[in-house]
Ligand binder design. Structure first.
Ligand code: CTP
Length: 407
């Protein structure tokens, strides 16, 4: 997925740098376009370094040639056709006026006319400029044309005044962009039940057994499924992540609590995805009091219930996806789990590799489906991107099922 991020001239222009990073984390490529005025506030080099792409700064880039650069003169058409959304943050009163009136005087305003992709604008300006009837009339025109407006917030403004006109929070802008990108809504009507994070198995009142899972993979799946139109039930072990807005959360600690929550919710789900790193063992009897230090000791452990196996034995028509973390014999072990746990697909990651998997922003996985043993490789990328590929596979499995029922 690729977007064009237009940065227009305002004090808030520097905030666009963080927006580039947040979108990239979610696997979105960002082509930055700066207006002349924006370049007075922040240098194009900042965006070039962050986005890894050349920043477009004008209609006719000087280039090395002496002749006018023909290719850059039609670049707005090429960009217009290659993007999945046009986002402007911050959007000044002037840019909004140009958009509303269809006046094309630079690259960004020309691109607006040339693209058919969804448009998202995040205005930022002085409170009086925002409240001006002219600005409000332009906003109304844009709103009617289907432009998504991320409303500015109220507060202290750089000009020293207080009121509406502050650029919206970055998270709100990113959410609006993702919504515009997820226009396909291919999971609408589905209820996706997802487990995430580690579990904690109590040893005594202050100690527990757990693992390095951060929960990021499950939370990314929850967010991606929401953007694609699904209802999401998220059963989460202890993590430091904020719940994706719109997900229905059940927070649990132990494997037993996770098991109960899953069995309770299963009948509502049409798709189940188990990313949780469930602790495999728990102490047989947790101590009521803090255990005193008294030399060598051993813990008497017993296995926790295999939640996924129980889910597939209770399931009706749900599509069930498991995750597997392996260090040796990666694909073969995953295939065995696919069969043993009666799954529709398994997503396997080689956790012995550096920088991916557990407690990391990134992942590299192989998705093995039951259907004709199909194997999809997802080379190292963000967990957001992995989440999208897993959901693509869910959609494929659903299609296979539908055609099998018809046949
Ligand atoms: N799983 C589960 N309940 C458990 C252990 C694992 O539901 N008690 C689920 C995980 O959420 C994951 C899948 O089973 O989706 C595979 O987890 P993994 O730890 O790789 O497999 P195990 O069955 O625990 O096998 P092993 O640890 O021996 O490789």
């Amino acid at each position: 997925m690729k977007i064009a991020l237009g940065v227009s001239g305002g004090i808030a222009a520097y905030k666009a740098a963080e927006i580039v990073r947040l979108l990239q984390e979610r696997g979105v490529r960002v082509q930055v376009i700066m207006t002349q005025a924006a370049q007075e506030f922040i240098r194009p080099l900042t965006f070039a370094a962050l986005s890894g792409e050349k920043v477009i700064t004008g209609m006719f880039s000087p280039g090395e040639e002496q002749e006018p650069n023909i290719s850059s003169a039609i670049e707005h058409i090429a960009v217009a056709q290659s993007i999945d959304a046009l986002v402007v943050a911050p959007a000044t009163a002037d840019i909004l006026a140009h958009f509303a009136q269809g006046i094309a005087t630079d690259f960004l305003t020309t691109l607006y006319l040339a693209t058919t992709a969804p448009v998202v604008v995040a205005p930022a300006m002085n409170v009086n400029m925002w409240n001006q009837a002219a600005t409000q009339a332009n906003m109304e025109i844009l709103r009617k044309r289907g432009v998504k407006i991320v409303e500015p917030g109220s507060g202290y403004l750089a000009c020293g005044m207080t009121g509406a006109g502050r650029l919206a929070e970055n998270e709100a802008i990113v959410a609006a962009v993702l919504e515009a990108l997820g226009a396909s809504q291919d999971l609408s009507g589905e209820t996706v039940l997802i487990t995430a994070g580690p579990t904690r198995e109590k040893i005594d009142p202050v100690r527990y057994l757990t693992n390095r899972s951060s929960g990021r993979m499950g939370y990314a799946l929850a967010e991606a499924a929401l953007r694609r139109g699904a209802r999401v039930l998220l059963v989460s072990g202890p993590t430091s992540l904020t719940a994706p807005g719109g997900a229905e959360m059940t927070r649990v600690e132990s494997a037993e609590e996770m098991r109960r929550a899953m069995l309770d919710l299963l009948s509502q789900a049409t798709i189940v995805i188990m990313t949780a790193a469930v602790s495999d063992y728990r102490v047989k009897v947790a101590a009521d009091q803090k255990i005193k230090r008294k030399g060598a000791m051993a813990l008497d452990l017993e296995p926790t219930p295999d939640i996924l196996k129980e889910i597939t034995s209770h399931k009706t028509s749900q599509i069930v996806i498991g995750f597997a973390a392996e260090t040796t014999n990666v694909l073969e072990s995953a295939r065995q789990k696919l069969i043993a746990k009666n799954l529709d697909a398994i997503v396997v990651n080689d956790v012995s590799r550096e920088g991916v998997g557990f407690d990391s922003e990134r992942n590299a996985v192989t998705i093995i489906s039951r259907h004709e043993g199909e194997v999809v490789e997802v080379p190292e990328t963000t967990k957001w991107d992995v989440a999208q590929r897993v959901l693509d596979q869910v959609v494929r499995l659903r299609e296979h099922r539908k055609s099998a029922v018809k046949a």
